[in-house]
Design a protein around this ligand. Structure first.
Ligand SMILES: Nc1ncnc2c1ncn2[C@@H]1O[C@H](COP(=O)(O)OP(=O)(O)OP(=O)(O)O)[C@@H](O)[C@H]1O
Length: 633
């Protein structure tokens, strides 16, 4: 193979310059963040250099922003290290050349956070300005000041100029279409947004705007509860108090500081982009930490500040990598640890906050196996049982509500033949079925959060030989009286007759009629049962359509043979048939109406009557009472 030529790729400044100006950063407003960050870096560098005796320290470090409406200029002034003409040539005239690396190597001992490192930020000023001037004087002794000027073409001029103090002024001549940035309110908002926690005083027209001192950089030992709450309210006004928080502070294997708050979740939580604010070296970077924290923690709030999160040139977009993944694992672990502490130290408080935190934990466990192991003993369910459970197996909060973890429930049913965990997802619509299990002395857990429709099958898949059954799925042998029934001369029992007559009255093949004598809870004449697997499929379908699950077409109508109303119905059937004027038995019609009434009452009990059925139910009830009263009179 003949090598024709080897060499260096050429870049034509005229072509690449517009790309750097416009395309590297997506959002024009970030020019302010970049220029203030450069000022902060210059001030940090002056501090480091002065400690090493290489220059005079500044009196009082500050960055000032001023506007001149007539000239349409914004000026950023800092009293940092400044630049000599050689440094301007080196770091400004050479695009993508940052001094950060060199500087930190030189002052290795005093190394501290330098924001810039790509050598591009300054050029973001050309997104809003058609001309930029730099007036700068190096803080090193004997330096002369220089003025650099560029009109947005690749041509610049560099001249000597008079200037007393060391430091830098960057003057932006705003383009007509970017004139909004001259408005004081706009500038102040941008300072608050990007520079609020920067370590240097940022002033606009002489007024200090930023808050500085980020509390997450303070040692947790020096922070009090009120400091955390104050920060939360500052970052998220009008949101009430947080439930609790974790203070993240680590240097190894990556540098990360932050405070994450568990908010009181009311209504819909933000599971999409989240509200945690991402900072890099005190500089606000993004409102979305989607790629840094695991999805299940997105509804958390607070701040993550890390120089080790690899941001691309525009800072806002993250490059997902191994480090980010391990940061994400670190955060999950810290949260699990904090929850363990609360669970052990203040179980009453743990029970109180459980409703708010359970969606995070359940989703987290389903999505992340490692997290699932960490929170295994932290997932609790309210437990209902007539007889008091042992204290060491449960947690009881101050209002005597008992909670259990699933493993303890499993341990308690080990000796039972049918190892079933009975659960209830709605204490109102499942009240009758729930009462039946309660009367039997069975332990029932309450799984009434939206996520439970997915979480219950998930835990079930993790347990061996244990199944979950909703209270209204089926009525066990234990709940009904199995004493043999007397049959009539045709060999039919009372149950068979009732079943037949109700089936005929309902005339709906999707409804399976079961007749049983319930041992307890004889207040209920009929109940709707939804077999477990069929109901789960129905629930999943509703979830996918983002609807609330309705009554599935196929369901069971359980008739309680012991109930006086059902007994009355049997008697009515057995009584002599009186044929009315239309040649139809009056009682036959009445039986049909009572059977339908029984069914609709059962539907009403589970909240399953749609508006039309609800009206016809009321109409039928009134008619029925009227007919029956008519019979008495
Ligand atoms: N206000 C300033 N005072 C002193 N030096 C400055 C100032 N602004 C820029 N510089 C010098 O110019 C260099 C290039 O600045 P630029 O903003 O383009 O990149 P950076 O800050 O190094 O990196 P990044 O692109 O990540 O912001 C800086 O490294 C610094 O040496």
């Amino acid at each position: 193979m003949t090598v024709i030529e080897e060499g260096q790729i050429q870049i034509h400044t005229e072509n690449i310059f517009p790309i750097i100006k416009k395309a590297v950063y997506s959002d024009h407003e970030i020019f302010l963040r970049e220029l203030v960050s450069n000022g902060v870096d210059a001030i940090s560098k002056r501090r480091m250099a002065s400690i090493a005796g290489d220059c005079e320290p500044n009196e009082e470090a500050k960055i000032e922003i001023n506007i001149d409406r007539e000239k349409s200029t914004i000026t950023f002034s800092d009293n940092g290290i400044g630049m000599s003409s050689d440094e301007v040539k080196k770091y400004i005239n050479q695009v993508a050349f940052s001094s950060a690396q060199e500087f930190l190597q030189k002052y290795e001992k005093e190394q501290e956070g330098i924001i810039g490192h790509f050598g591009l930020g300054f050029y973001s000023s050309f997104m809003v300005a058609n001309k930029v001037e730099i007036i700068t004087k190096s803080a090193k002794e004997g330096s002369t000041a220089v003025k650099w000027s560029c009109d947005g073409s690749p041509n610049f001029s560099l001249t000597e100029i008079e200037r007393e103090e060391a430091g830098t002024d960057i003057i932006l001549y705003l383009m007509q279409e970017e004139i909004e940035y001259i408005e004081p309110a706009r500038i102040k908002t941008l300072i608050k947004k990007y520079c609020d926690f920067m370590p240097v005083d940022v002033q606009f027209s002489g007024e200090s705007i930023n808050r500085r001192n980020p509390p997450w950089r303070t040692s947790p030992q020096d922070m009090q509860e009120k400091d955390y709450i104050e920060l939360y309210k500052y970052l998220y006004p009008f949101q009430g108090d947080p439930l609790f928080w974790i203070h993240l502070n680590t240097d190894y294997p990556y540098n990360l500081q932050g405070i994450l708050f568990f908010p009181k979740i009311s209504g819909r939580a933000d599971w999409e982009s989240g509200e945690i604010k991402l900072y890099s070296n005190h500089v606000f970077v993004s409102d979305s930490v989607k790629d840094v924290v695991p999805r299940f923690l997105l509804p958390l709030r607070g701040v993550i500040d890390s120089t080790d999160i690899p941001l691309n040139v525009s800072r806002s977009a993250l490059q997902s990598n191994k480090k980010v993944r391990s940061i994400s694992n670190f955060i999950s672990k810290k949260i699990a640890d904090k929850l363990k502490v609360i669970r052990n130290d203040d179980s009453n408080f743990y029970c109180q906050i459980w409703d708010s935190i359970s969606p995070f934990i359940k989703i987290g466990a389903m999505e992340d196996e490692k997290f699932a192991e960490q929170v295994e003993d932290l997932i609790i369910f309210q437990s209902i049982k007539q007889e008091r459970l042992k204290d060491e197996e449960t947690i009881t909060n101050s209002d005597n509500t008992v909670y259990t973890i699933i493993q303890e429930y499993v341990n308690r049913i080990q000796t039972e033949e049918n190892k079933k965990i009975i659960y209830c997802t709605d204490e109102i619509s499942q009240a009758n079925a729930l009462a039946l299990w309660k009367d039997l002395g069975k332990e029932i857990i309450i799984a009434d959060t939206v996520i439970d429709s997915q979480f219950i099958p998930w835990i079930e898949s993790k347990l061996e030989n244990i199944s979950f059954q909703r209270v209204d799925a089926e009525i066990d042998e234990d709940t009904s009286d199995k004493s043999p029934e007397l049959k009539d001369i045709d060999g039919e029992s009372k149950s068979d007759i009732l079943k037949e007559l109700i089936e005929q009255s309902l005339d709906n093949k999707n409804i399976t009629v079961q007749v049983k004598s319930l041992k307890s809870n004889s207040d209920v004449p009929a109940m709707i049962l939804l077999p477990e697997q069929m109901r789960r499929i129905n629930d999943m379908g509703a979830l996918m359509d983002q609807k609330l699950p309705g009554l599935p077409d196929n369901h069971i109508l359980l008739i309680n043979k012991n109930h006086p109303m059902v007994e009355g119905l049997s008697k009515l059937k057995a009584s002599s048939i009186i044929v009315g004027t239309e040649g139809k038995s009056q009682n036959e019609e009445l039986i049909k109406q009572i059977a339908l009434h029984l069914y609709e009452m059962a539907c009403l009990g589970i909240g399953g009557l749609d508006p039309t059925k609800n009206i016809s139910f009321q109409k039928r009830s009134a008619e029925l009472v009227g007919t029956l009263l008519g019979k008495i009179v």
